[in-house]
Write a protein of this length. Structure first.
Length: 219
């Protein structure tokens, strides 16, 4: 961690700036960690339905779900599960986006078993399409993307004949506009300047003689 030697006068404005940028960069994916679930009728207790995600399943029994049990998750207790046999199983949701705005998509993916295929799309744009994705523990994947409409479909599709893909900690965050940084830094400087001017004003009052007093008149 980098530690900056900030004076007290800078700490509050910079804290407010960081909070403003954090709010602007909030994750717009619902239940990206797959922790919010409901029971999946007819399935074992660890196979659950993830809130906020639409599932397309080419198979019976289930080839797409939230898989719970801490050993299956990258964080928390649950992860998305994709293991289509007769085609690509799918987890998707529509995101509220701003046309023309830049976003960062991040997710963690683990794979076991071949043959397989994994496809990731954002607004119909293919970000990842890989067959026979090698076995691996969770690894992070990051993409810089832009939205072209007010509603953008984020979709993960996976098939795996003898294993599965696990998906966790999906996030889409807007990239802060440069104007946000400039406006924030400008406000920090203005606040600092006002504090300095205030202190100088106070010091001047201390040295100005009281001309109305008799002592001052004698001088
Ligand atoms: Ca999780």
């Amino acid at each position: 961690m980098i530690s900056l030697p900030l004076s007290k006068g800078y700490r509050l404005p910079i804290l407010l700036l960081c909070l403003a940028i954090q709010v602007a960069s909030a994750n717009i994916v619902v239940n990206g960690g797959f922790e919010d679930t409901s029971p999946y009728p007819g399935q074992p207790s660890e196979i659950r339905i993830p809130t906020g995600w639409t599932m397309f399943d080419p198979d019976t029994p289930a080839s797409v779900a939230a898989m719970c049990g801490s050993s299956n998750a990258h964080s928390g207790n649950c992860a998305g599960f994709l293991a289509g046999i007769n085609g690509l199983a799918s987890l998707s949701q529509f995101l509220s986006t701003t046309p023309g705005e830049q976003y960062i998509l991040t997710f963690y993916l683990a794979a076991a078993g071949v043959p397989n295929e994994i496809v990731v799309t954002f607004g119909g744009t293919e970000l990842l399409n890989s067959t026979n994705f090698p076995d691996q523990p969770y690894s992070v994947h990051t993409f810089n993307i832009s939205a072209s409409s007010a509603s953008t479909k984020l979709e993960f599709q996976g098939s795996n004949l003898f294993g599965a893909f696990l998906l966790d900690d999906v996030s889409v965050t807007p990239v802060p506009e440069p104007s946000t940084w400039v406006a924030g830094l400008a406000s920090v400087l203005v606040l600092k300047l006002r504090r300095r001017q205030g202190r100088r004003g106070n010091r001047r009052e201390l040295v100005v003689p009281d001309l109305a007093s008799p002592e001052s008149a004698e001088r």
